[in-house]
Write a protein that binds this ligand. Structure first.
Ligand SMILES: Nc1nc2c(ncn2[C@@H]2O[C@H](COP(=O)(O)OP(=O)(O)OP(=O)(O)O)[C@@H](O)[C@H]2O)c(=O)[nH]1
Length: 420
């Protein structure tokens, strides 16, 4: 049997699932959380609510039923209170360990302005927290009516959507005119382009079963579920010669029906959902683009996969180059990797920008698909460059080959200057 996420975590205390709930100001995070805390399925959930500004109104709204609500009122979670986040999580754990609080899940609601990356970083690199929590996923609330304008105006909002594991579409009840519905169709297509792997869940359907347990570890089966976690099938196949711009999209029909289950990749539906999208070969925005500098035109999701096993040292170098050269633009990377040294015990990796969760090695491949698969969400990096770099590090390329030597010797070269 495979062990949960990280075999080093074997021991008396299983890591607790932790979800990050984000979404721009006014998107409807608190409204959603208020509903969720009443759900019996979340009875054992501690909520951490980050407040922006001095007056903590949110805690008045969220029922303090579970005794697990902790307020962070020192400002924006992303920049000023990561220390507070650590302290708050540590104190939650202490209370739990001492029997003062009972909970088996944590949800952190960020402020609307927060860049979720530093929060994820805190959780991925803190030596104690990384042992006690496993990141279950990022849930991003997007307003069905105002979402598009928000994406246009705020790069943080685009990033929040791009790093999500689940997108919750709020205010769908306000889609009461043909114009709004048309606008929403475009928004949905736009979100599917930004983040094809994240199911879009109308808020009315946003039950705990569809929002939580999207991490690598599946509590239902008590095993890792790489396929569900990676959702690589939902991400568009290689775009061939296309570059990172999407201006070649000529479809204007909308195949995203958000009122049914087709978009929920959770549980048993992910493949139908993925196949439906992949049928189109690539994703399309619809025709909403009057601003050529839209933030999301800079973001794209794609997968790298190979049958070849890659030497651990070469893979490390590949990641190191990605991180050092394009860390800030590497919004998210998830993957399962076949190492040459141990091809039967794949490595699972997960990164947000330049920060990576400690890699976990699985005891065995979770299913028949034994390829290395990486899902990347990047901003302003040409997919072709990364494919080139990846190819250069595969085992077929000998360590003595000049192109790899050039890559290793000069990390600034590969994204610009390799002549092949
Ligand atoms: N009609 C409608 N209104 C909603 C919905 N969700 C939220 N709202 C309203 O939108 C406003 C903002 O909702 P909040 O839940 O406070 O949003 P938030 O994301 O927590 O906002 P911040 O804390 O400011 O970041 C409130 O007036 C809500 O009543 C929805 O699904 N439908």
């Amino acid at each position: 049997m495979t062990e949960p996420f990280d075999q080093r975590m074997r021991g008396p205390v299983a890591p607790l699932p932790l979800s990050v709930l984000t979404g721009f100001l006014g998107a409807g995070k608190t409204t959603l959380l208020n509903r969720l805390v009443r759900d019996p399925a979340l009875a054992g959930t501690a909520m951490l609510i980050n407040e922006f500004g001095e007056i903590g109104l949110d805690h008045l709204l969220v029922r303090p039923v579970r005794d697990g609500v902790v307020m962070l009122s020192t400002g924006c979670l992303c920049c000023t209170v990561r220390g507070d986040l650590v302290t708050a999580l540590e104190s939650l754990l202490r209370d739990r360990d001492n029997g003062r609080l009972a909970f088996d899940r944590v949800v952190i609601e960020t402020t609307g302005l927060a860049d979720p990356a530093p929060i994820l970083h805190t959780l991925m690199v803190h030596p104690y927290l990384v042992m006690r929590f496993r990141l279950d996923g990022v849930i991003t609330v997007v307003d069905a009516v105002n979402g598009a304008a928000t994406l246009d105006a705020h790069p943080e909002a685009v990033k929040q959507a791009a790093v999500a594991d689940r997108l919750v579409i709020s205010k769908t009840d306000l889609l009461d005119t043909a114009e709004r519905r048309a606008g929403f169709s475009r928004l949905a297509a736009r979100l599917a382009t930004l983040n094809p792997a994240a199911p879009q869940i109308p808020v009315a359907d946003a039950a705990p079963a569809r929002l939580f347990d999207c991490g690598l570890y599946d509590p239902a089966t008590k095993t890792v579920d790489v396929r569900r976690w990676l959702a690589a099938e939902a991400v568009a196949p290689p775009h061939g010669h296309h570059d990172e711009h999407h201006d070649d999209h000529d479809h204007d029909h909308d195949d995203h029906d958000h009122d049914d289950d087709a978009h929920d990749g959770h549980g048993h539906a992910p493949h139908g959902h993925a196949a439906g999208r992949n049928g189109h070969g690539h994703h399309h925005h619809g025709h909403h683009g009057h601003d050529p500098n839209r933030h999301d035109d800079h973001i794209r999701a794609f997968t790298l996969s190979t049958d070849e096993a890659v030497p651990a040292a070469a893979f490390d170098m590949f990641l190191e180059l990605l991180r050092s050269v394009h860390g800030p633009e590497l919004l998210r990377l998830k993957g399962i990797v076949k190492l040459a040294e141990q091809p039967d015990a794949p490595m699972v990796i997960h990164g947000v920008q330049h920060v990576f969760h400690p890699p976990a090695q699985l005891a065995a491949w979770p299913d028949d698909d034994r390829r290395t698969r990486l899902v990347l969400i990047v901003r302003d990096i040409a997919e072709a460059r990364i494919r080139e770099l990846f190819a250069a590090f595969l085992s077929a390329v000998g360590p003595d080959r000049p192109d790899r030597t050039a890559l290793v010797d000069n990390p600034l070269v590969p994204f610009g200057g390799i002549d092949r």
